[in-house]
Design a protein around this ligand. Structure first.
Ligand code: FE2
Length: 194
């Protein structure tokens, strides 16, 4: 038994030109794979993905939690994007975003601005906190699960997510993510299971 690196849900060149195959090969094949390898070292190969959420909930701050959280975060991030992503959400998701943020456009702006202004490495999120939808951000490996929130969508704002394609222009990566990559079907599925 061991934690495993999930396959990307699309080919490494499927998100180009918004994210290049070089970025995905490095990000998935080196960074995410590295977290999984460290997690397996720290758990001596005696745990598996079925244990991941409980491990994240129970672990004390430190290397074990960081690597477990980064494994969860990246697995969720890959599914937050799609080669046919972007555009605008519809149906119940559009209604829920409108209710919580005033409009879908206002939500997208808040997520973009939150991700753009997050200081240092981390993640921007759409979460459900048990009563409403919120845009949040976390530093380093931290994640909604540790804050009694359910993640619906994430954007990786570590430099390794965008530096090859966008250099220091994080805002351009975020605009491309929201305009062309965000997988609204995945967000809608997550909202439906709240
Ligand atoms: Fe990352």
């Amino acid at each position: 038994m061991a934690y495993t690196l999930p396959d990307l849900p699309y080919a490494t060149d499927a998100l180009a030109p918004h994210l290049s195959s070089e970025t995905l090969e490095l990000h998935h094949g080196k960074h995410h794979a590295g977290y999984v390898a460290k997690l397996n070292n720290l758990t001596a190969g005696e745990a598996s993905d079925a244990d991941l959420v409980q491990l994240i909930l129970d672990a004390k701050p430190g290397g074990l939690l960081n690597n477990a959280a980064q494994h969860w975060n990246h697995s969720f991030y890959w599914r937050s994007m799609s080669p046919s992503g972007g555009g605008v959400p519809t149906g119940a998701l559009a209604d829920a975003l409108g209710q919580a943020f005033g409009s879908v456009e206002a939500f997208s702006k808040e997520l973009h601005d939150t991700a753009a202004t997050h200081f240092g490495s981390g993640w921007a999120w759409l979460v459900h906190d048990g009563s409403t939808l919120l845009v949040t951000h976390t530093s380093d490996a931290d994640l909604p699960l540790r804050h009694a929130q359910k993640a619906l969508l994430t954007i990786d704002v570590w430099e390794h997510a965008y530096y090859v394609d966008y250099r220091n222009r994080r805002a351009d990566y975020l605009t491309a993510f929201l305009d062309h990559l965000v997988n609204w079907d995945f967000v809608a599925e997550n909202l439906a299971s709240v």
